[in-house]
Design a protein around this ligand. Structure first.
Ligand SMILES: [Zn+2]
Length: 479
């Protein structure tokens, strides 16, 4: 808004928000004033062990959904607040409960959908934690507990930023809101696609904020603009109709293992770069990240060199990767002098942002069939695909998100990629192709989501809330 750029408010107190409007300054004050409450409410959510996996008591996820709905009702800004479930695929089984709240836009203002999830990963062994996973405690400016970061902090960032919007703009604001707090993100978002289909009108938005990602570090915000997709499949290679003694026929006929090894070896070149024609790379600017950091974080063994080419982060974010994640073959302990007739492998392909996963799969399929050694019979089965994600960074909402990050953090945001995928994002893109999707986050590199001693940096939490509060205030004033 030009108004916000021109109005100089004397109450901002900080240099970061120089030129901020009175509304933005009020939002900033509300975020600071409301931080302790947000942390207390976050702790209460963390105390509910809402693990969404099948082997865990679904009552906890139900209790967590109810606790989130109660917080959302307490905001007193939504037309509807519901706890809803959707079917899993075609089955007559319902997924875990999500919270869905809506408020219609007025006076031509945009609608923003705020996504986070209230379920968590299993805690693992208690003895691996320095404090009990579901008993949140603060140590050295970090809040420890399962879900303290991933993603109950995302839930609370939405709640607290809406509160700041109300404090700054009044409860009668014009911005449309759809709040979607999923209950089974950590268990594969099994009913997500059906949930979108069932609630398409309620969820439709101009801008979608997915608060479930990372920041560059505790002082530098990141907008996640690229995610790799993935393709996995089972690869079976057969060379013999039955097993034979390796002394009788070895040397004259190929065994399945020889064919499989030679076939898998064609997937990479000498440098370890993927060598499959038709698997694309995406060109993106990447922040500095050196080999020493890679060695440390990936646990590269002494003397082993990294693989691939290009900047290290482009290898992780923007280039394809292929990993053999399992092989069915005789074990070493049971190895006999036998020619194996058939070997199976599980192959995992990371797809560069910008390429369709189906195209990537076809490229790999063609490569595998064209490179089968000795005419070996190759069968591919159990194919699973997830689309990559690539943000058009020229969009107005991306610009607004980056401006809010810069103002809230006092640092330029990094456009980041993620080597792994967030599978449900492709569903959002498919169902809401017109919406701009902003993947933001409350995590930092030390958050250890999914691991023991998961934690939230409380400074990052405050800045994430402020970022979202500024974004909401500005969208509320956007024509
Ligand atoms: Zn998450």
């Amino acid at each position: 808004m030009t108004e916000s750029e021109q109005t100089q408010d004397t109450n901002t107190g900080g240099s970061v928000l120089g030129g901020a409007s009175a509304t933005e300054s009020a939002a900033r004050r509300a975020v600071i004033a409301g931080l302790d409450q947000a942390i207390d409410e976050l702790k209460a959510l963390v105390r509910i062990p809402s693990v969404s996996w099948d082997a865990f008591d679904p009552q906890h996820v139900a209790a967590s959904a109810e606790a989130v709905a109660e917080l959302v009702r307490g905001l007193d800004v939504f037309d509807t607040v519901q706890i809803k479930q959707a079917r899993i695929g075609e089955a007559d089984v319902l997924g875990q409960p999500a919270v869905l709240a809506t408020r219609a836009a007025r006076n031509g203002r945009p609608t923003v959908m705020l996504y986070a999830h209230h379920d968590v990963q299993p805690p693992g062994k208690d003895e691996d934690w320095d404090s009990a996973p579901f008993d949140p405690v603060t140590r050295s400016g970090r809040l420890y507990g399962r879900g303290a970061a991933d993603d109950k902090a995302g839930v609370m960032a939405h709640v607290a930023s809406i509160r700041a919007l109300v404090a700054a703009a009044g409860a009668d604001f014009d911005l449309g809101l759809a709040l979607f707090i999923e209950g089974e993100e950590e268990f594969g978002s099994r009913s997500f696609a059906n949930f979108l289909a069932d609630n398409r009108d309620e969820l439709a938005a101009d801008v979608i904020v997915v608060a479930d990602s990372d920041n560059w570090d505790t002082e530098t915000p990141a907008l996640t603009v690229a995610l790799r997709g993935n393709v996995t499949f089972k690869l079976s290679v057969r060379t013999l109709k039955h097993a034979s003694h390796s002394g009788m026929f070895g040397g004259a006929v190929p065994d399945g293992m020889l064919a499989m090894i030679r076939l898998l070896a064609t997937l990479h070149d000498e440098q370890g770069s993927v060598a499959v024609a038709g698997l694309n790379r995406y060109e993106m600017e990447t922040p500095d990240y050196d080999e020493a950091q890679l060695r440390l974080e990936a646990g590269l063994a002494d003397g082993v060199s990294p693989i691939g080419d290009g900047t290290i982060l482009s290898r992780l974010w923007a280039q394809p990767a292929i990993t053999v994640t399992g092989i069915d073959a005789p074990t070493v302990a049971n190895a006999s002098n036998t020619l194996s007739p058939e070997i199976a492998a599980r192959v995992s392909v990371r797809v560069a942002p910008g390429q369709d996963s189906a195209d990537a799969y076809r490229a790999v399929e063609e490569h595998v069939k064209a490179n089968a050694p000795f005419g070996a019979q190759v069968v591919i089965s159990e194919v699973d695909q997830g689309q990559p994600f690539l943000v058009d960074t020229s969009g107005w909402a991306v610009a607004e998100a980056k401006r809010a990050m810069k103002d809230a953090w006092g640092a330029e945001p990094v456009e980041a990629g993620i080597g792994g995928s967030i599978p449900f994002i492709s569903d959002l893109v498919r169902v809401f192709p017109e919406a701009e999707i902003l993947v933001t986050g409350v995590e930092d590199p030390d958050s250890r989501a999914h691991s023991p001693n998961e934690s939230l940096h409380l400074g990052v939490f405050e800045r994430a809330i402020l970022t979202e509060a500024l974004l909401l205030v500005r969208l509320n004033e956007r024509a």
